[in-house]
Ligand binder design. Sequence first.
Ligand code: HH2
Length: 267
Amino acid sequence: MGVLNVTPDSFYDGGRYLDHDLAIKRGMEMVAEGADIIDIGGESSRPGAEGVPADEECRRILPVVAALAGAVRVSVDTTKPEVARAAVVEGATLINDVASSLSFLAAELGVGIVLMHMLGTPQTMQHAPHYDDVVEEVTSYLGDAADQAFALGVEEVYVDPGIGFGKRLGDNVALLRALLSLVDHGVPVMVGTSRKSFLATLSKERGAPSLGPEERFEGSLATAVWSMANGAAMVRVHDVGATAMAAALLGDSSAAGIDETRLGSVR
Ligand code: HH2
């Protein structure tokens, strides 16, 4: 899944694709690089981000959704039902729901949904987040959300541990390390680590300088590969070309003669 933010303030690509033509061009570029889905967002969910009214979010994304939906599967990254509905009318077939509150709408519209775990809201989520057992709490939250979605009649559901959404460095790392246990629940898992600040915190804790979003490529690719090797069905990334190549290598591991049982022991 390639990330396309039509916003002025997203933490990595903010301001680059506010112009609709540039956004469409970037979407097509990611398709050429190997993206299966383009995730289009018109409101940043970075910590402390200001909310955007629905009409402005629609103005930002709908022409881009309509243009790209003819060429690739489009997902809409929103928490607002009116925005998700309008995007589906324009051709989106997946709702990327970081607040896990739109299953009713996915059921009504007959589209898929990504259900993500977040502690609080983007405005509050990094104010001293705390878990007794982050893996257990996130896993059971996502299990309940997926059960609810299936009960409402949604046929295609992904769950996402919400890396960086109300989590400290240790929480993010614990969730990535335990990914297989989430995967084992049987609902396809999506992971988004791309360019996120925990990669900078990690390198700083190890004595290296803190890295800006531009300097987080290696960590993004490493964590995407880790996620795919640990069973993630989908990764949400800005760097599509490199990640698609890694996905192809992992996907072809049996064809390449790599012993799957040894891959298991590496896990
Ligand atoms: N992360 C971001 C946004 N949406 N959706 C899912 N399902 N999982 C994620 O990890 C996720 C997400 C944040 O990244 P980005 O879109 O690049 O930035 P911003 O929220 O600042 O627009």
